[in-house]
Ligand binder design. Structure first.
Ligand SMILES: Cc1cc2nc3c(=O)[nH]c(=O)nc-3n(C[C@H](O)[C@H](O)[C@H](O)COP(=O)(O)OP(=O)(O)OC[C@H]3O[C@@H](n4cnc5c(N)ncnc54)[C@H](O)[C@@H]3O)c2cc1C
Length: 272
């Protein structure tokens, strides 16, 4: 079901079954799908509003910016089973790959239980509390100018996850950077070769852990310590760990590849 179906059903008064509570679940990741299934078993027929064009959230068959094709789950297949559909046997060991689990979740969302009540491409824009429930305003996904459809519900279950909106750091000075800036949201879109032929810096940050891992890759005679000193001053970290690697040079100076750690420095910075 799509945004257009939702609009039509609201206008024609066909969204709800008379006599049962009107429940809207926001998000069709595995939490939303599990909530939906649990409600069905109580005799309630909720609707699920999913902003993307597929259900599954992190485990959608669509590429997701936090997961990647080679990912193997850290929980066992048995633990990842959803109520009402047996999990297949993983191809390797007890754990699913991303692709295997995404197919399973897709099959689950397409199953008889939920297909007609999941509205995809529907982003919940706002929820307004009312004396007896709430009013939801929903718009077409990725169409900020799209019309809003508003309707009342008795209960709302929020299953929107926490990883659906990429966080883009406001990096000071980024407007002057002329190189290629890649974020994990570009996963899959990153060119395999050709773009980063020269010296470059990549920064991987985990703001929630106040941690950043920075690779300074220099070619020719450029000195990586200039960049390192600059970053130390700009970021003022409380602790720095530096691993220096010499690559691409053999002991004889020929072009055969050699990789080795030639220096490791641990420098706690106090008073930063
Ligand atoms: C790399 C990685 C590996 C992981 N590995 C494991 C693992 O091995 N085992 C495990 O148990 N967990 C793992 N997780 C955790 C994973 O987040 C959970 O397994 C699970 O997918 C969370 O499901 P969810 O439904 O709560 O959220 P999500 O999967 O994020 O789903 C939320 C859904 O809500 C939708 N949504 C959000 N806001 C709105 C809105 N306003 N309107 C409409 N729709 C909206 C989103 O589009 C999304 O589809 C992993 C996570 C990551 C990132």
């Amino acid at each position: 079901m799509t945004f257009d179906h939702l609009v039509r059903q609201v206008r024609e008064g066909r969204l709800w079954t008379r006599g049962t509570p009107r429940v809207a679940i926001i998000g069709a990741g595995i939490s939303g799908l599990a909530a939906y299934r649990a409600m069905l078993s109580e005799g309630i027929l909720p609707i699920v509003l999913e902003q993307c064009h597929e259900a599954g959230g992190v485990w959608s068959i669509l590429p997701h910016f936090t997961t990647y094709d080679g990912l193997i789950q850290n929980t066992s297949a048995r633990q990842m089973a959803l109520d009402g559909l047996a999990v297949p046997r993983p191809r390797h060991g007890d754990h699913f790959s991303r692709e295997e689990y995404a197919s399973y979740v897709h099959a689950y969302s397409e199953s008889i239980y939920s297909r007609t009540r999941i509205f995809k491409g529907c982003k919940v824009q706002s929820i307004a509390r009312e004396p007896d429930g709430a009013t939801l305003a929903v718009r077409r996904f990725r169409s900020p100018q799209s019309e809003l459809v508003a309707f009342e519900v008795d209960h709302v279950i929020y299953a929107g996850g926490s990883l659906h909106t990429p966080y883009l750091d406001p990096i000071p000075g980024i407007e002057k950077f002329r190189g290629l800036r890649v974020h994990s949201t570009d996963l899959g879109a990153f060119p395999s070769h050709g773009e980063n032929m020269e010296s470059h810096i990549s920064l991987h940050s985990w703001p929630e852990y106040e941690y950043a891992a920075i690779d300074i890759f220099t070619c020719g005679r450029s000195d990586p310590h200039v960049a390192l000193d600059y970053l130390r001053n700009a970021l003022r970290p409380s602790r720095v760990e530096v691993h220096e690697l010499l690559r691409g040079i053999s002991p004889t100076g020929n072009a055969s590849l050699k990789t080795g750690a030639i220096k490791t420095e641990h420098s706690p910075l106090t008073g930063a």
